[in-house]
Design a protein around this ligand. Structure first.
Ligand code: ZN
Length: 233
């Protein structure tokens, strides 16, 4: 096995490790399903709060309504009980009765509106609850799939790192250092194949001399992009 072959194996491992890291980063950042679930739960909660408020308002209105009705009853008793004969007092009660009845009318209309609103909110809540349940199922499914994929890629990366360490140990320190330096300066790609008589890194045509030199397996560099050339076969 030539030195460039070893370096090319290292390059393949490093390239794959970069891909794996990118993929893992994307998988870990995949939060869409979490966001959808949170949105669904937040809408449901907002709707539940509205319903609680409506119910509270209705209870208060019902309470006022029964207080007013009791007042009507007491005013009617006074007006028609025959115990009061003072006309001024009677007309005072009549006035109050009319006012209370007007208030009851307004109140009951408002209660009816609230009840209709409550009914439609409750219907809406059922839909929101279904949506939350679906979002939760989707979330769990997606999360489980993500976790499977993440651990699969992590396993591959860890195996690859172990193999890469062994491969790197087989390369002489000098060439290894040049390889590492090139990777830093050449966008992660230090070793490239010669394909169709060209450098796969920059696409430039190579001279026969260059190709023969690379074929001997020693370190040969592309005169254009300075990468290490690897001739397969
Ligand atoms: Zn090149």
């Amino acid at each position: 096995m030539s030195e460039t072959w070893r370096l090319y194996q290292l390059q393949k491992a490093d390239g794959r490790l970069v891909e794996l890291e990118k993929a893992l980063k994307a998988l870990r950042a995949d939060e869409d399903h979490r966001r959808l679930l949170q949105e669904a739960l937040a809408s449901q909660e907002a709707s539940e709060t509205e319903i609680r408020q409506l119910k509270k308002q209705l209870r208060e209105m019902e309470h006022e309504d029964s207080t007013l009705r009791a007042r009507v009853k007491s005013l009617e008793d006074k007006l028609y009980g025959g115990r009061i004969s003072n006309p001024k007092e009677l007309s005072g009660y009549q006035e109050e009765l009319a006012g209370v009845q007007t208030r009851i009318g307004t109140l009951e209309e408002a209660m009816l509106t609230r009840m209709e609103e409550l009914e439609s909110r409750e219907e809406q809540l059922t839909g929101l609850q279904d949506r939350s349940a679906q979002a939760l199922r989707d979330h769990d499914e997606r999360q489980a799939a993500l976790e499977r994929k993440i651990s699969e890629l992590e396993r591959e990366a860890s195996n690859l790192r172990a193999r890469r360490r062994e491969q790197a140990a087989e390369v002489e320190p000098g060439p290894l250092k040049r390889y590492e330096n090139l990777r830093v300066h050449k966008n992660g790609v230090a070793v490239v194949r010669i394909t169709r008589r060209s450098c796969e890194g920059c696409g430039m045509n190579l001279t026969d001399h260059k190709i023969q030199e690379a074929g001997r397996g020693g370190l040969t560099f592309c005169s254009t992009c300075s990468r290490i050339l690897y001739l397969e076969g």
